[in-house]
Design a protein around this ligand. Sequence first.
Ligand code: TRP
Length: 472
Amino acid sequence: MEKSSSRKRESWGSRFGFIMAAAGSAVGLGNIWRFPYLTGENGGGAFIFIYLIFVIVIGLSIMLAEFTLGRRTKLAAAGAYKNMDKRWTFAGVLGVLSSFMIMGFYPVVGGWATAYIFKSFTGLLSNPAAIGDAFGAFISNPIEPVIWMVIYLATNILIVVKGVASGIEKAGKILMPVLLVLMILIGLRSVTLEGAGAGLKFMFMPDWSKVQGSTFLAALGQAFFSLSLGMGAMITYGSYLDKKENLPSSALTVTILDTSVAILAGIAIIPALFAFGMEPNQGPGLVFIVLPQLFAQLGGIGVIFSAIFFIALMIAALTSSVSLLEVVVAYLMDQKGMARKKAVSLAGGSMIITSLLSSLSMGVMSGFTVLGVGVFDFFDILTDKIFLAIGGMLICIFIGWFVKKEDIKNELTNGGATKFALFDVWYNIVKYIIPIAIAFVAVFGILSIPFKGLMLFGLAVIVVLAIFSKKL
Ligand code: TRP
């Protein structure tokens, strides 16, 4: 998460530091909160299978493309495009907009996680039957979750205003491994519950009859979201890399780490869900309902498990959202000439407002909709179902069609020093397969979901950005 606060470009201290930072951005609420509930909502194994194919073919290739573009230009998202071809600035700005919008709902869930650290100690687990209702009552309350959201977002702001202090990196380095160990322990407990087998079957035996156009769109959006792709975060991280780094193996390592945490989270939650006889389509509340029920079964030590789990979840979220906030801040500083403090106040202040509306949309404002959805869903769906995927498509078109192949090859292989036998395979995937695949999934996916007005609005925003790109 290290970003330069001065104008001099910093670089990563070590390969390990870079991998941990990139993995820290990738591993977040997307893996632990979102992946299990999406799997539940989209029919289980078939969704996971399609998700894995997208991660391997599309996600991994785009991550490599983003690292390569970032390292070549040594600039963050908007600047990287602008530096190579002014007409493409909009693709970087679209990324900044995506970041801003993700930060319109991410802090709400980050706040829930923070609240559950404390709730672990104050009787959350004492009445397992009421855990589901308690969650519903909590998120729809107009005050309590807002306070937690503000605390969570303020933590982000304090970290980013300092120019990402070493504190968060250190916390990440310690707590991420703790999270991993905890997930394995919880997973073991989950699969050994009576009746857990049905959950494992649900996860790993694809039921193809559940697959629709929207399943592909959901899997594609999740691949982008979870790997932090399609909006320039990995371009920025690549820009701090030195010229000796082996880019393909770095991209592979980050992808494997991120995917393992997601699958582990699924194994921790879904078998438990089936063991407790709950429906898999619980939506966003899943992790906050099923895991506390599992912890409640562990007796006294369950409280400790619960607290540590939600601390680790909060930290995982924090290492991701700090990078999202930084993308907006870096844009305001680099392209609009703002000082860091001013940029953070403006970006963070706006995010408090958008997140406030998102939080209220779970309760008192649930009747208020924009283009058919509440505020929380507005930000979530627009980024997840359109902006990130189009952002990924744009970088592929840019690299495949607007940059010299030789230049890309040179950068990617460190001037020929690092062998990458699959270069031509990767290049053709980026140039042809990904743009076509995303167009295909987008069209069929969009046709099969009920928010067409919203989708058209999203596309219109992209067109407007492209037209006014000179002003960005
Ligand atoms: N990947 C993070 C998660 O899984 C979220 C995130 C951080 C992100 N940076 C991003 C998503 C950039 C898209 C783009 O929680």
